[in-house]
Design a protein around this ligand. Structure first.
Ligand SMILES: Cc1cc2nc3c(=O)[nH]c(=O)nc-3n(C[C@H](O)[C@H](O)[C@H](O)COP(=O)(O)O)c2cc1C
Length: 358
């Protein structure tokens, strides 16, 4: 049922409901091949479009206007190839990457595993991507009606974070609406160490020294940080001029899983990540006390999950794994559920719900 004030519009060759009926077929083939086919279908315009229009969903954050708070998380469109068709599915914003300075192949396949019983995924992709030059070229076809984020990382070999992150920021400064410094993928050796106070401070200082102006910077963190680790990242981000935090990337934890693939190495995402990532988000929001914009991500699979992240302090919410399982119909479903949840819990708007639990 449509929430009051919500309107659903379908356009294009295939509506999201039909595209989602076909999504389970993709599950019969290996996860990475299915992902490649989904990206190709999007680029061909086969996914159609749907927009849930509800004025209660509007969010103003990072100096940008969002039609709704629901975004596509990094990793789905690593090379910024399909951002416009993805935006047409109804997302309020889309994030491309992680991109590294030079192209790289990533880890050997298989490196992406479905944990269907757990509604989860384990990946150890290892920043497979076509490099910053191809990424910038693809951004010429970016959507203009929703904000686009650029998520940046470092190569596995010959990396120098204080050189590479500033260079990537310069390359993207006029191409995207916000930039994410990814220091939390578990699949690049040593990357998570850059969340430590001294390294993060030095990277943020190098970025400041390396560009006159750039879009708002957000730092993406791991859900496996301790409470002190989160407090230190928050303080370093505030002092280092970052605008926000994305909480969180995938986890190394493996508690409470039923699937046979649970022992695979890599980062776990999806439903089992919801509680932990939301608790880290709430802690980060308390520490930040209004000084940073928080983006909540990890395990979102319902409108109630979106609202839980908002109430825990997120101004914006992202997802990946639920989209991989459910396909394009997920977005209108979540937005309808979000509208209903706002009404049920007495919030006049998304903005009224942000931080309500704090
Ligand atoms: C296959 C896969 C690849 C990912 N690649 C990236 C990446 O390149 N950069 C990044 O910051 N996060 C990456 N992520 C993490 C997601 O952006 C997100 O933080 C995480 O999956 C938790 O959200 P979810 O439970 O909704 O999937 C990846 C996740 C998956 C499943």
């Amino acid at each position: 049922m449509l929430a009051r004030g919500a309107k659903l519009r379908h356009q294009g060759r295939m509506n999201p409901a039909l595209a989602s009926v076909l999504t389970p077929l993709l599950r019969l083939i290996d996860a990475e091949t299915a992902h490649g086919l989904a990206l190709r279908a999007l680029r061909l315009g086969l996914a159609g479009s749907a927009a849930v229009v509800d004025p209660r969903f509007a969010v103003h954050a990072l100096g940008l206007s969002f039609r709704n708070p629901l975004g596509l998380a990094a990793g789905f469109d690593k090379n910024a190839e399909a951002l416009a068709p993805l935006a047409r599915l109804g997302f309020g914003f889309v994030e491309a990457g992680t991109v590294t300075p030079r192209p790289q192949a990533g880890n050997p396949k298989p490196r992406l595993f479905r944990l269907s019983e757990d509604r989860a995924v384990i990946n150890r992709m290892g920043f497979n991507n076509a490099g910053i030059d191809a990424y910038v070229a693809n951004l010429a076809r970016r959507p203009r009606d929703v904000p686009v984020g650029g998520n940046i990382g470092i190569n596995k070999d010959n990396a120098d974070p204080e050189r590479d992150y500033p260079a990537l920021v310069r390359a993207l400064a006029r191409q995207v609406d916000y930039i994410v410094i990814n220091v939390s993928s578990p699949n690049t050796p040593g990357l998570r160490d850059l969340q430590g106070e001294a390294r993060l401070r030095s990277i943020l200082a190098a970025i400041r020294a390396g560009s006159d102006s750039h879009p708002p910077l957000l730092v993406k963190i791991a859900p496996d940080l301790s409470a002190e680790g989160v407090a230190s990242v928050v303080q370093t981000c505030v002092e280092g001029g970052a605008a926000g935090l994305i909480v969180s990337n995938t986890t190394l934890s493996r508690t409470g899983l039923a699937s046979a693939q649970a022992t695979q190495a890599g980062g776990l995402s999806g439903v089992p990540l919801m509680a932990r990532s939301t608790s880290v988000l709430r802690h980060a929001a308390r520490e930040a006390a209004g000084r940073l914009v928080l983006v909540g991500v990890g395990g979102v699979a319902s409108g109630a999950d979106v609202l839980a992240k908002l109430k825990a302090g997120a101004s914006l919410v992202q997802l990946y794994t639920a989209f991989a399982y459910e396909g394009p119909a997920l977005i209108p479903r979540l937005l309808h559920e979000l509208g209903a949840a706002l009404t049920d819990q007495g919030f006049a708007s998304v903005e009224a719900a942000i931080g309500a639990d704090l």
